[in-house]
Design a protein around this ligand. Structure first.
Ligand code: ATP
Ligand code: MG
Length: 257
């Protein structure tokens, strides 16, 4: 944080404070520039990548089942799909609209995320526990970004319950701290996160999934978005309100009126 004006005594300190502020401004400007640049580079890379992917696909169709180069061409296709996923994520992130904050009822982007995910959430071995407080105070935010966070977390929960006999994915919203904050819990009874990894999961490109399945950017982007909303996202150990969970993600956001 910057210096408190009352603490500044000498001219030397004043210059230091000025330099510090300048550095911070430059840093945020650089980040914005970098985001824009990343966006345009990725845009340019999309065409050649599409070419590589399509031609690999065409070659595969022409190859005999027992062709000795089949495996190599399959690898080209697989790797180009990995690139496509990573680029898509970075593009999503760099295109985040800024300053479109309005009062949002958080239940709405959550419902939209569940709707969007519904094809992946169907199945007799999956049950969705939805408990959205109808009398929730609003938050100042960007509904699209908040929906993106919900999709990321629900997507992770869905991956985690793969292979679980009776998979549970839960979404719960409530008003806490006398209405000063709203809380979102997204939980599942899937494979769980070993305690040693619970910090690392927010790092960019940290993923335990196969390369074509996960980029490791989902939680990193989600945390950036929640930080941008003056909130916090964390993994909590246990919560009496959540029956039999393995992994509970908790988001706390400031309420607005
Ligand atoms: N609900 C969960 N249960 C178990 N592990 C999880 C859960 N959510 C996240 N993880 C772990 O955290 C890692 C990082 O998650 P993150 O969403 O950032 O990336 P990803 O899911 O691997 O890739 P992407 O989101 O791009 O598809 C995952 O690979 C997984 O190991
Ligand atoms: Mg993910």
């Amino acid at each position: 944080m910057g210096m408190n004006p009352s603490e500044i005594k000498t001219q030397e300190e004043l210059i230091k404070a000025f330099e510090e502020t300048k550095k911070q401004l430059l840093q945020s400007w650089k980040l914005a520039e970098l985001g824009m640049m990343a966006g345009s580079i990725i845009h340019e890379l999309n065409q050649p990548l599409f070419g590589i992917k399509s031609f690999a696909q065409l070659i595969l169709e022409d190859l005999r089942e027992d062709s000795p180069i089949r495996r190599q061409v399959e690898l080209i296709l697989k790797q180009s799909i990995v690139m496509e996923k990573i680029m898509g994520r970075i593009l999503e992130f760099s295109r985040r609209p800024k300053g479109e904050f309005q009062p949002v009822n958080i239940n709405q982007p959550i419902e939209a995320a569940l709707e969007l995910m519904s094809p992946r959430l169907k199945g007799s071995n999956i049950s969705i526990e939805k408990s959205l407080d109808p009398a929730l105070p609003k938050v100042m935010g960007d509904s699209n970004q908040l929906q993106q966070v919900s999709v990321n977390l629900i997507d992770n929960a869905r991956d985690a319950i793969d292979g679980v006999k009776k998979g549970i994915i839960g979404v719960k919203t409530s008003s806490i701290n006398e209405g000063k904050n709203i809380e979102i819990l997204i939980y599942d009874n899937g494979c769980g996160i070993p305690p040693v990894d619970s910090k690392r999961v927010f790092e960019p490109f940290y993923s335990t999934k196969e390369a074509e399945k996960g980029t490791g950017l989902g939680l990193f982007i989600s945390r950036e978005i929640i930080n941008g909303h003056s909130g916090r996202i964390e993994i909590i150990e246990e919560d009496a309100r959540v029956p039999e969970p393995r992994t509970v993600f908790r988001i706390v956001l400031p309420a607005c009126y």
